[in-house]
Design a protein around this ligand. Structure first.
Ligand SMILES: Cc1ncc(COP(=O)(O)O)c(C=O)c1O
Length: 376
């Protein structure tokens, strides 16, 4: 179907085309100089010591858990109002998740009180998710983690360019994980980044990213190493040069594009104010990345009918998120989870189109369609 207003759209032009061409012409495709350049640029942009580029954010989260030694017998506290990858990454290690509720319908991030309530002697870490690129309550969460000796991982898939109190999201806890999937603020198709200020964790992640090998093909090609040893059980979670080249160009566009996302978000907030909708994060702290626009429908409004009407008007919408604990697989393994706020908000949430290239006409089209579709 051809949408009049799609949910998301890339900001790609000749600069991305040139960057890809240049990689192809230089005849080195696997992880090498361009990836190193991308990692340094991303680390500088985020103000962090180490940035390691990887295949996607799901593996970034897996690496984060592995490097912290999370495994069978451990528990990790996670939100359920997130993409399933957040919880899956914990399960890959053999650890179990404990699902925490969100703060409320205005703030869709993990509740610090819930974190404190769910801690057991087996709890090893808290994995928070900056929903839509809006900051979780990091000072409170770090305080709880400190008091209980827990590691903190940030799923910052939505949050490149976002910060709180002048500190980038993804750099508050021990490890931060970013996604460069097609619909993200910084897009390379597939791709991700792990960031940390801990030298030991960075070293471990570097090893596990590439089979636990002590040298890369790139090093050997350049005569820096003759052979290699394998010192950890690792994976192939590498990125490639084409994606890193795309990432370099997209990083240069990020600040401006996040500004444009902010302007569109503010247009939505002011148009919907006082119209009966819930507008999460409209009083948020910090500098968000405005990754998505969640609208909470009034109680009693039929969401399916609303979405069908939006579709008939040519406006694409989505849902962020069907709660993870309600998926069949998770219900089977975690049958007794009940999260009243998450369940209520998730049943009323609709995500509206938001991307930097959105014209004023398209914004108006969304505003009109929402008001029409919400009529009795
Ligand atoms: C909150 C969140 N976490 C993790 C991921 C996984 O990212 P990736 O697709 O790069 O593996 C996503 C991607 O959609 C996400 O939205």
């Amino acid at each position: 179907m051809e949408w009049q207003v799609p949910l998301a759209d890339l900001d790609y032009d000749e600069r991305e085309e040139q960057a890809v061409l240049s990689v192809i012409r230089n005849r080195w495709l696997t992880m090498g100089a361009v990836t190193q350049e991308f990692e340094i640029a991303f680390a500088n942009y985020t103000g962090v010591k180490h940035a390691l580029a990887v295949s996607n954010a799901t593996v970034a989260l897996h690496l984060a858990c592995l490097s912290l030694g999370i495994g069978p017998g451990d528990e990790v506290l996670v939100p359920s109002l997130t993409f399933v990858a957040t919880a899956n990454a914990v399960l890959y290690t053999g650890a179990r998740v404990r699902f925490a509720d969100i703060i409320g319908s205005d703030t869709l991030t993990i509740s610090p009180e819930e974190i404190e309530r769910l801690i057991t002697p087996n709890t090893k870490a808290v994995l928070v998710m900056h929903y839509g690129g809006y900051p979780c309550r990091m000072p409170e969460i770090l305080d709880i983690a400190d008091r209980h000796g827990l590691a903190v991982i940030e799923d910052a898939a939505h949050a490149p360019g976002a910060s709180l109190d002048g500190k980038a999201l993804g750099t508050w806890g021990d490890i931060g994980c970013f996604s460069f999937f097609s619909n993200k603020n910084l897009s390379t198709g597939e791709g991700g980044m792990v960031v940390t200020n801990h030298d030991d964790l960075a070293e471990k992640i570097r090893l596990i990213r590439s089979h636990g090998m002590t040298s890369l093909t790139w090093d050997r090609h350049h005569g820096h190493a003759y052979s290699y040893d394998v010192v950890e059980l690792g994976y192939n979670y590498r990125i490639d040069e084409i994606r890193s080249a795309l990432g370099m160009v997209q990083l240069q566009k990020l600040t401006k594009n996040n500004e444009r996302r902010k302007a569109i978000t503010q247009s939505y907030w002011s148009a919907f104010e006082g119209k009966g909708f819930g507008l999460p994060f409209s009083k948020s702290n910090g500098i968000p990345s405005y990754h998505i626009f969640p609208l909470i429908l009034p109680e009693g409004l039929d969401r399916k009918q609303f979405i069908d009407r939006m579709r008939a008007a040519g406006v694409q919408t989505s849902i962020h998120y069907p709660p993870v604990h309600l998926f069949q697989y998770y219900r089977k393994h975690y049958p007794d989870v009940s999260l009243p706020i998450t369940e209520n908000v998730a049943s009323r949430e609709v995500t509206l189109p938001l991307y930097p290239g959105m014209s004023e006409e398209k914004i108006d089209k969304v505003l009109e369609s929402v008001m029409e579709s919400a009529r009795e």
